[in-house]
Design a protein around this ligand. Structure first.
Ligand code: NAD
Length: 412
């Protein structure tokens, strides 16, 4: 029987053990998720047949509050990856000081191959599998790769039907009409843009002199392209799963986004094509991976020419690649800070749901900015005191907070 253990988490911990001492039970707390659910479940298809899907939900650590994390629908969804992402969610919530632990879920499915009706059946069936283990005070799912506000709406509705009660706080990333929060749709990107702005200020770098390449043009990539181009940065390349485009003078992001919206991809747009491999290796000021995990690996890390990497995707850089980037003096602003804006506004959504009182856009924006800036300041102090790279400093900061909470609960 395999152990309920996260192999990647062990690799992360090994890196920081030269800076902090960890007892054996602390390593166990940080590598063994509290709960791992894996299940097969039937979903009726439009042709009258039933198809069996595999789903996961991992609740990693709840010492600091109810567990929180997205659900992804992807053909390559995999348990080890979901465990790692659940661990990173626990760290992320600690980094930005919001009262949640970490979780993640997923279904092995290519949602593009399902009709709207089948997607709704799948989303509702997934919730029926996990409803006993989630709830506003227990575990709160959210969107992730290929899951949308509409899917969150179906999921919330299914949960409320089972519970026979109003429970909007069970899930975040809902549409505004169903008690979602203003700005949740762009929160990840806006949070990342705030972090980049602070980083650039500290380095005395100017947006108008900075070129950017973005991998991914979905929620995270598309919105950050829009925000950063409005702030004066020059976005020279962007891609989706089919292809990428490049213009050294800067892309017209409004035009690119409306083309993508209309056609569903970037094929045929009047710009030079680049492969995803070429995009990652462009000589730009900032590279923003905003698609999937494991994109910068030991095989291409030495070819990365960007000076700064802003990780909007979760886990886009492998631990082996991190070491190579460090050696090459590439500064990586890690995912657990760079993309934390999404979970921060999810937290605001959960707070608004429990108050039943809803904030205006300006209020959400101001509160998000404050949390992101405070987290950056706290982390800079930590980084200076440990003299290590940004990822290790953030991991130490987060792990110390989680272990402090465990200790106060009586786990020594
Ligand atoms: P999304 O499904 O909206 O977009 C994903 C994008 O990646 C799409 O444009 C897709 O075409 C592209 N893509 C997929 N495979 C690719 C490949 N091999 N090469 C290039 N592009 C590829 O998903 P999203 O919500 O934007 O999430 C993207 C990343 O950001 C994920 O790692 C996710 O975990 C992370 N993230 C998202 C949020 C959020 O609030 N949406 C929050 C935190 C982290």
């Amino acid at each position: 029987m395999p152990e309920n253990i996260c192999i990647n988490c062990k690799k992360y911990l090994e890196k920081i053990r030269k800076y902090i001492d960890l007892k054996e039970n602390e390593v166990d707390t940080l590598t063994k998720p509290r709960r791992t659910l894996m299940f097969s479940f039937p979903v009726p298809m439009d042709d009258g047949e039933t198809k069996i899907f595999t789903g996961y939900r991992v609740q990693f650590n709840d010492a600091r509050g109810p567990t929180k994390g997205g659900i992804r629908f992807h053909p390559d969804a995999d348990l080890e990856e979901i465990r790692t992402l659940a661990f990173l969610m626990a760290l992320k919530c600690a980094v930005v000081n919001i009262p949640f632990g970490g979780a993640k879920g997923g279904v092995i499915v290519d949602p593009k191959k399902l009709s709207k009706n089948e997607l709704e059946h799948l989303s509702r069936a997934y919730i029926r599998e996990i409803f006993k283990f989630i709830g506003p005070d227990r575990d709160i799912p959210a969107p992730d790769v290929n899951t949308t506000p509409q899917i969150m709406a179906w999921m919330m509705d299914e949960y409320e039907k089972i519970k026979q009660a109003n429970a909007p706080g069970v899930i975040t990333g809902k549409p505004i009409e169903l008690r979602g929060s203003k700005l949740r749709d762009i929160a990840t990107s806006l949070g990342g843009a705030f972090i980049l702005r602070e980083f650039m200020k500290a380095k005395k770098l100017k947006p108008e002199e900075t070129t950017i390449a973005i991998q991914g043009i979905g929620n995270a990539g598309g919105n950050v392209a829009k925000i950063l181009s409005e702030w004066g940065y020059k976005i020279v390349a962007i891609s989706d799963s089919k292809n990428g485009i490049y213009n050294e003078k800067g892309l017209d992001i409004k035009k690119v986004l409306s083309y993508k919206k209309e056609k569903g991809n970037l094929i045929g747009i009047d710009e030079k094509e680049v492969s995803n491999k070429e995009l990652l290796e462009l000589d730009v000021g900032v590279l923003i991976p905003a698609a999937l995990g494991d994109q910068i690996t030991k095989d291409n890390a030495d070819d990365i020419k960007a000076k700064i990497i802003l990780e909007l995707a979760n886990g886009p850089t492998t631990p082996e690649a991190d070491t190579i980037l460090d050696k090459n003096n590439v500064e990586v602003i890690p995912d657990i800070l760079a993309n934390a804006g999404g979970v921060v506004v999810s937290y605001f959504e959960w707070v608004q749901n429990s108050m039943n009182y809803y904030w205006e856009e300006d209020e959400v924006k101001e509160k998000l900015e404050k949390i992101m800036i405070n987290a950056t300041k706290e982390f800079e102090v930590n980084c200076a005191s440990y003299k290590c790279n940004m990822r290790d400093a953030l991991h130490i900061l987060a792990i110390n907070k989680i272990l402090a909470a465990e200790k106060l609960r009586g786990i020594h």
